[in-house]
Design a protein around this ligand. Structure first.
Ligand code: FCB
Length: 443
């Protein structure tokens, strides 16, 4: 691969979520979940995380010094609306300062309104399994964009609806810890309704804002390419996890299997851009014992390169995903892409091959306009606590010391030159055999 250039004004940044970096978020459902022993690895808690709530100025200085010209962050709903209808002017003023600080440094903000956490009062009222939550969320979105819309052009309503439904209501490993397929379908339908309502309200008041959603997209391939039943279940996985939300948003109505939650509709084409969170692929093998998971047992290729979380490094999946998104006819931003790699031994290769795959997709006509690496600082990685290290920059929650890893410098070079550095090793040949990976965690 030779060093190709990205389009002019390409956005290069990193992504975070409030609860994973801020510290001190005690009024949401995740904090309550963290208090129960066994829910989080090593019983870690999200306070102090990276103390980013206090340290954002020096953090942004550091990221800017690494030539990033954009930054994705989320606003913590429980800080802004700690009780129903009571909006905190202190919290809104804080986030004004945060967005202003990005603007002052020439960094384009991408603001997420919902990144997994719910205020305690929302959780107590039934969370996303209560239809009224869509309306509460839309009111929040409206108030926030009224207050902050002059400081950011790009807004992401909800991060990864399928992951919320799957982790919280199928696997039961995230709050509220339920295992109930019917609830998962209802939750997805309500999340979509929340997006539709928020999209309409924001656009009515500020049509100039660009509003989208961050999709978790994964590649599902048949474990045995010659086995028709594997091909069928792999296609079903792709359809349910990747396609359902995209199609519903395109058509402005719930599509199967969400129709089981009733008939609801919203505006057609309610995404001004497509946000893509891409991490890995999974191989799927038909297994009749996996009825609750579409009869698909997920596996890893035996010889695959794997992250600390055992996710396969599969850059070609980003290329394939981006090509398939051309049909949406919307600008695309990679809103997350990264790797858990405490030793930073694989991250340089991960960066080069994924950024390379993105460039190939652009050359094949995918309208990609920016890339946000997940993430800048090691942070509170949900059920994995502090054990999973996704940061370009190491961050010790005890000392709060920030230490850029070698790949932070490599990424800085990419950001500065707007180019994939030349002489990237070709990715290893795809493996031939598979082996069970154990229950995969569908994030
Ligand atoms: C994504 C989440 C993000 C982080 C990464 C590793 O699914 O959006 O918060 O957990 O995975």
């Amino acid at each position: 691969m030779t060093g190709g250039r990205f389009p002019d004004r390409f956005l290069w940044g990193t992504a975070t979520a409030a609860h994973q970096v801020e510290g001190g978020n005690h009024a949401n459902d995740w904090w309550a979940w963290e208090q129960v022993p066994g829910h989080i690895k090593n019983n870690d808690r999200s306070d102090p995380a990276c103390q980013h709530y206090e340290r954002y100025i020096s953090d942004f200085d550091l990221l800017r010094s690494l030539h990033q010209n954009a930054h994705r962050l989320s606003l913590e709903w429980s800080r802004i609306e700690p009780a129903p209808g009571k909006f905190s002017s202190t919290a809104l003023a804080h986030y004004r300062d945060v967005l202003q600080a990005l603007g002052d440094r020439g960094m384009e903000p991408f603001v997420t309104l919902h990144h997994f956490t719910n205020p305690t009062w929302i959780a107590n009222a039934g969370g996303w399994d209560a239809p009224g939550t869509a309306e509460y969320f839309a009111r929040f979105a409206e108030r926030v964009t009224d207050a902050l819309g002059d400081l950011a052009r790009y807004w992401i309503t909800i991060n990864e609806p399928t992951v919320i439904a799957y982790q919280g209501y199928v696997r039961g490993e995230w709050p509220p810890g339920r295992r109930d397929l019917g609830a998962a379908v209802r939750v997805l339908a309500t999340l979509l309704r929340g997006h539709w309502l928020a999209y309409e309200r924001i656009k009515r008041r500020r049509p100039e804002l660009q509003v989208g959603l961050a999709h978790h997209l994964r590649v599902f391939d048949p474990a045995r390419w010659f086995a028709p039943q594997d091909r069928v279940v792999a296609a079903a996985f792709g359809r349910v996890f990747n396609e359902t939300i995209l199609r519903s948003l395109r058509q402005g109505r719930l599509v199967f299997p969400l129709t089981r939650a009733g008939k609801r509709s919203g505006p057609r084409h309610s995404q001004d851009f497509i946000g893509v969170n891409y991490y890995t692929r999974e191989l799927v093998k038909f297994n009749h014992r996996y009825g609750a998971e579409l009869f698909g047992e997920r596996m890893l290729p035996a010889e695959a390169r794997r992250s600390d979380l055992k996710w396969e490094l599969y850059p070609d999946g980003l290329y394939r995903t981006l090509l398939s998104l051309r049909r949406e006819r919307r600008p695309i931003f990679i809103t997350e892409n990264g790797i858990a790699d405490a030793q930073d031994t694989m991250r340089p290769e991960f960066l080069l091959t994924h950024v390379g795959a993105m460039l190939r997709a652009i050359e094949s006509g995918a309208p990609v306009r920016g890339y946000f690496h997940w993430t800048c600082f090691d942070n509170f990685e949900w059920a994995e606590g502090y054990s999973a290290k996704f940061g370009l920059i190491a961050c010790d929650p005890l000392t709060q010391e920030r230490r850029p890893r070698p790949s932070a410098r490599l990424y800085a070079q990419i950001c500065l030159t707007n180019q994939v550095p030349a002489s990237v090793e070709p990715p290893p040949a795809p493996p031939r055999s598979v082996e069970p990976a154990g229950p995969a965690d569908l994030r």
